[in-house]
Every structure is written in C-alpha cells, then in structure tokens.
Ligand binder design. Sequence first.
Ligand code: CTP
Ligand code: ZN
Length: 150
Amino acid sequence: MDKALQVSAIKDGTVIDHIPANRLFEVINILQLHKCMEMITFGTNLDSKQLGKKAIIKVSNRFFKEKEIDKIALIAPHAKLNTIKNYEVVEKRVVEIPDEIIGIANCFNPKCITNHEKIETHFMVVSKKPIELKCMFCEKITNENQVVIK
Ligand code: CTP
Ligand code: ZN
C-alpha cells in the first residue's frame, strides 16, 4: 500500500508530531509561529492510533530552544519532536515536563503576588500526569485545565 504523507516532508527543520488535535492552535500560539517567516505546514484531525485524532506542525529551518520545548510539554505532553536534516530524521524526542517550571506559566490564583507584581512565576511540578503545578509563592495548585502559558 502506498503510504503517502498527509503533510509533505520537509528538508530541514522540526516536526512536532502527536499533538492532541484540540491543542494545535495553542501550540502555534505559544511558539509565536505567527511571527515566523519560515515555511510552516500543519494538519489537524489526522488519524492517530495513539490519540484518535492528532495534529502535526512542520517548521522549516527552526530548531526550538529548551524553554519552548517545555512550553510544548505543558500543552501537549505526548508530543514528539523530530529534528530533520537533509530530509532525514536525525533526532526524535518525546517532550518531557520538567520538575520545576520557571517563568513560562501563570499562577491560577488571582490573589497570587505573581499576578500583581513583576515577579517571575516559579512552580514545583507535583504531578506530571495529570499536570499539577504548585506555586512557590502562594502554594496554590494550578492544574492541567487551568494552566495558561505566558
Ligand atoms: N518527516 C517530515 N519530513 C521528513 C522526514 C520526516 O515531515 N523529511 C515527518 C514524518 O512525516 C513524521 C515525522 O517527521 O510525521 C517523524 O518521521 P518518522 O520517524 O519517519 O515517522 P514515524 O516512524 O511514523 O514516527 P513516529 O516515531 O511518530 O511513529
Ligand atoms: Zn501563586
């Protein structure tokens, strides 16, 4: 059987695969891809054995930084990042939620000092599945559904 790709292959860049279909636009947002001038292709509601429906983003000539990858992990914990060089997959990694999150998410507690003063947020990850972030300032928990990425 001919196994045609649903989104064309790229020469160099990053393929973010296995994004839950309903999280595609959030991932595009947090990576600020609207500002990216390189070629970007994406697809959503693609069939996936793992997720039912998945989304995929392919960005040419972009290789994401650790902080950006941590952001992806908070939104799409099962995403797979493939680094493509000259059409070959040269690196494949599953994103991983770090033990501490510094400055990339907002605290859910409206009274938290980080929501009123210019202080970098800082969370301990108390659970990775489902995601639960404990604020170092107010000790309140921000969960998977509440997390807002800066
Ligand atoms: N890909 C691409 N351009 C390339 C090479 C690969 O867009 N030049 C994409 C593929 O379409 C796939 C992803 O990168 O979505 C990973 O490629 P590969 O490891 O070959 O695919 P699978 O084995 O299906 O990946 P997985 O580990 O997710 O099962
Ligand atoms: Zn807080």
